[in-house]
Design a protein. Sequence first.
Lengths: 410, 747
Amino acid sequence: MIKKLNLREYVKQKGGLWATGSIDVMFFAFLLLIVVIGLVMLYSASYVYSYYQFNDSGVYFRKQLRNALIGLVLMLVVSRVNYRIFEDIGALGGTALAWLLLLIARIMPAHNGTHRHIYITETLQFQPSDLAKFTLILTLAALLTKYHSRIVSKKPLQSPLLAARINHAVGRPFFNDSLPPILICGVVIAVYAGLVLLGSHLSGTILILCIGVTMLFLGEVRGKWFVCGGVAAVAAFLIAIKTNLLKSYMSERIQAFVDKDFEPLGARWQINQALYAIGSGGLFGKGLGNSTMKHLYVSEPQNDMIFSIVVEELGLVGAALILVVFALLIWRGVVVGINCPHRYGALLAMGFVFQLGIQVVLNILVATDTVPNTGISLPFFSYGGTAIIVMLVQMGVVLGVSRDARIRRR
Amino acid sequence: MAKENSAAMKSGSRTARRGVIMLIIVAIVAFGACVIRIAYLTLIKGEEYREKAEAQQLMVTTVNADRGTIYDANMNILAQSASVWLVYVNPSKVTEDNKNAVLNVLTKYLEVDRAELLDRLEESAGNNYLKIKGGVEYNVKNKLMEQVAAEKITDVVFVDPDTKRYYPNGSLASTILGFTGNDGNGLYGLEYKYDDVLTGTNGRVVTAKDGVQFELDNAYEVTYDAKQGVSLVLTIDTEIQTILEDALATALKETKARNVYGIVMNPNTGALLAVANLPDYDLNDPYAVLYPQLEKYFKKKGTEEQKQDPVAAARIEQWKNKSVADFYYPGSVYKVFLVSGALEEGIIDPETTYFCGGTISVGSRTIKDFTPTGHGTETPEKLLVNSCNTFSVHVGQEMGAELYYKYFQGFGFTERTGVDLSGENTPRVGVTYHDPAVSFTESDLASASFGQSIAVTPLQVVTAVSAIANGGKLMQPYVVAKQMDINGKVISVTEPVVKRQVISENTAKTVAGWMESVVNDGTGQNAYVAGYHVAGKTGTSEKLGTDEALYIASFAGFAPRSDPEIAVIIVIDEPRAGNYSGGTIAAPVGGDVIERTLLYLGTEPEYSGDDPVTMTIATPSLSGKTLEDAKAVLENYDYQVRIIGDGETVVSQTPDAGRKTPMDGVMVLYTEQDAEKEKTVVPSFAGLTVYQATQVAVANGLNIRISGSNANESTVQAYKQDLPEGSEVEYGSIVNVSFRTVSGMYD
């Protein structure tokens, strides 16, 4: 298709540049609710730290608000775009851009000891891994749509490759026709993961892998591939440990997770303070704004550990209610996806909301010291410009899909 | 279109199914796990984490409460806390570069040994805290910190506020006051007894702080005010305490006794005016043994343990308030209580007579009197005057154990007095006394009748004597008159407590009269003070169960008899200088204390015709008069007059106008301003009779003032003088000579 690159023809073939139909109001409502709660909690969690750093309690909040507004505008724009035009150009171009930016970030001088950011100034910086998550979903959704019939095919593999010879030798179709597209998907995921890992961004890598697996799962890839993938992942992990590939700070984080008394003023400081904050919250919390742990105890309370302040102020009940809103948002995204007549749209909608859900789960597991500290932000809550803009654009895509979805309304 | 179809998704497709599965995994299972985890952290671990969080968030600053002051009855300070400073270093900050500076500064201002300090610094090299010295005065601390700043070692040497307890009078009343430990808590005496009251409660300021140690705004601050310690105002009068301690110190030296105790009490209220036990100690240095004989004693006669560490034993001994802690046999002093009971019960009356033949048999035992020939026919008054044992035993027999016990108990000897001093011991039946309900044999009763075999504390005795003095009321002795808060506001006032009426007022009056006879004519003569109508009783008891003969001599009495202001007890434990009878060695101390105390209290003397004081006159005022006029005035006196100078007018006189002198005393008139005072050397009066002493005084140009024993007795001898022998004094000065009787003091 791309060979006979005629943009006008392409758009026309995809059904026009603009989407028709109306957005899913429920999804939009849940989304706005989450964005507002997130902004309020960001302000509550950040003002002390902001004042301490800048003598101005609103620095983080204002930037986040500005980015959220930018994100919301972009979201509304994107929601009007016919999602199907992303299917080829968006996916390919996006992936190329994401890889390029990841490489640029790697090449650029380290900022805060990592290569996660393309850092120009304090106000002008960009985290390409946030974009990478977006384009990965766009790309995988496209690939899984394009090769859907082969992925679900049970025909034996015909091509004269080693795998086919194995089939021949085994005497039954161990590898079937789904192998090539899955390998393509696997390579795409691996390149994404590798590039993010190059930026010393373990949590981003984990997320990329989780998103990849989720997309393959939604793309109807057969179960045995996941078993193979799981075995391969464990092997890779063991090799990484054996060869000291994990950097010292990563193993330190794991040690800090295993040994709860490890460096209470160092590696475990932040997580201990987060636990104290959560424990202090109790059933109903201390009330909005009343956290004491945000008074420079929980380091950078506006970032990854913001959820601990949320629990401290709103308690178990408040935290659970926020999770319910997140769950409703995911549910609504899944409903949009299921009711989308087009596979690509379905994969996009579900891919984006599950990415959101996985990120929420991983963040809370870290904040509650359930898994080692990796550094995953809480969507819509944690401070971070790229993250909230990209996340809102992704939600815009879901909203765009929802215009196409035939959701039965009562 | 085929591709379009393959991209089309039917509802119920596998993608949709897998979407729902994923939804369940993420939004229900994973989110549910998160909620469960949060629930675990907030609900189950919440308490623990909350406490840890608060522990790091709250900064508690202690505000020390000042320890209360202890005042005497006239608001003189006896014990006071002063703000001082504690110097400490952070040894981990001591480097090779600053070590010398640190050592120099500390040794220069704190009087610490350099080598020792270096050792301590090196020992605690890794630590953050090493106390160098507490109790550093404000000025010293300031100089020290100036130097610390100059040497740039402010990160090594620090000071903290501290308090120190001062006792301005040193050893005065040491066994009642007691002292405090390093942490400021009372260890002995009143400091211990009233520790809670004196201490107060430290205040706290609880401030919330953030993670970088800045204080948060005041909304988070909670202040718990320090409750300042309460001050005590004692009934103890520093003047009377000094009089008592001086008298006891002299007695301790003269009698070479092991201990001497004395108490001065207000018999009408039970207020203790002075309580002293010697040897005592310096309150500002309680661990130093003040009297070397204590250490020697334990080295020689202590238990094995005490011999090992005689200093430790001596410390415990010198800290003890023995006048409430130690029991002794009161001896003949007890006879006043025996007679009181018998009189109250009608077993005797003032006219009762008894023939003392010198012995009395009790069962198979014969009890002898001190006077082998006996005292002849005696009334109860004579029983006391002669301190007759046989009559006492007879009275005891007449009363029987039950009645004896009734008054023994009535006068408070079976119970604690309830005084608010620390360390009062509890009488125990079978150990310190006999109870007929348990065992009280005839032989016990006989001994108990003259004060052997029953043990009492000096405070019990003076309290019981006070009951006779005040008309029969047994008072509860006390030493804290009132408690005051930091602003001087009185919080509580101790009201005198009457424990019971032991004997009727009439009985008390009668016995008091007999006790005055004891001092006027009997074994208590040495306690005689002209004009003060001292009533008293002496006693000598033998310590039982010792290898050598050891005695306790005592005197208990009160004055003036008709309207008593003070009751006094003097106990001399194990005198070793020959005389050991209470009448000889304890009564003069008692008389001395009574005389000086009543003089201090301003009690008006009432002289009787026999008193030598009646032969004294107040000197006329002659200054300003012409020599002629002065001579005319002196016509009416028998003075030996000396005139110094060539002037026509009297400029000054010795003795001063209004002083009491013998009628035939010495008067010096100076007629010139700035004339050199005529001097004379004080002779020794020791061993002289009153007549002889008067002659010697006049011959040496001195006016004599006679105190002590009844001057008419030929057996009376001078034993003490207030101007030391050989000292040079002004011609015409007044010398106070004390007399006492040494013979016939069989009590």
